[in-house]
Design a protein around this ligand. Structure first.
Ligand code: FES
Length: 212
């Protein structure tokens, strides 16, 4: 299930690539993986179709993700219903940035139902430390890169997610920033903690949430 864990490691080859090229490469890698899973020779359009909201089938799918090995500041990426999903264990420093970017956000109070009611808060989660989120840009379904390092996207960047497909920025809670073509915050699925908090169970999508 898990395909990646811990902090992003620098790819030596990425030093020669521009951010746009790097994002494109990541997207194509994801697309290739999706096609490989399906076992058929199709490309971008069918892949994007798999990212369309499908609350009915989502309700039938439950997965459990072990989070016991994620250190503070670390994350794990996996997939749910063939869509990228990320779980981040945020540090107090990361959480502190959430109140610093409020004026830059399109929907700081999460009024658009892109999350379950219990996640309609600044953390967009059940527990501030944990972000459980579909890593799908609400513009045209690319998977934004997780960019936790300050200054990594722009000189004033405090950390979050950046979708270089068309330049959408999100904070550490997946809330979209002004200047982004993406219209809404990224989707938080329905989930619960189990095994005394050692695992997260993804149980579905809110009926009104829209992946992209
Ligand atoms: S798909 Fe993310 S900015 Fe367009």
């Amino acid at each position: 299930m898990s395909v990646k864990q811990g902090k992003d490691k620098k790819d030596p080859g990425s030093k020669t690539l521009s951010r746009k090229e790097l994002s494109k490469r990541r997207f194509l890698t994801a697309a290739t993986a999706a096609v490989g899973t399906a076992g058929i020779g199709v490309i971008a359009v069918p892949f994007i179709r798999t990212l369309e909201p499908d609350a009915a089938s989502a309700a039938d799918s439950v997965i459990t993700v072990d989070i016991s090995g994620i250190p503070p500041g670390g994350h794990i990426t996996t997939s749910w219903q063939q869509k990228p999903l990320i779980i981040v264990r945020r540090t107090p420093e990361m959480l502190a940035t959430l109140s610093q970017v409020t004026s830059q956000l399109k929907d700081p109070d999460n009024k658009v139902p892109q999350q379950p009611p219990y996640a309609q808060n600044i953390y967009r989660s059940r527990e501030p430390e944990w972000l459980v989120m579909m890593q799908v840009c609400t513009h045209l379904c690319c998977s934004p890169a997780y960019e936790p390092e300050k200054g990594s996207v722009s000189p004033t960047w405090l950390g979050g997610f950046f979708c270089a497909c068309h330049g959408s920025s999100y904070d550490f809670s997946g809330r979209v920033m002004f200047g982004s073509p993406a219209p809404a915050n990224m989707v938080v699925p329905d989930y619960t903690f189990i095994d005394g908090g050692k695992s997260v169970q993804i149980t579905g999508l809110e009926k009104e949430s829209k992946l992209c």
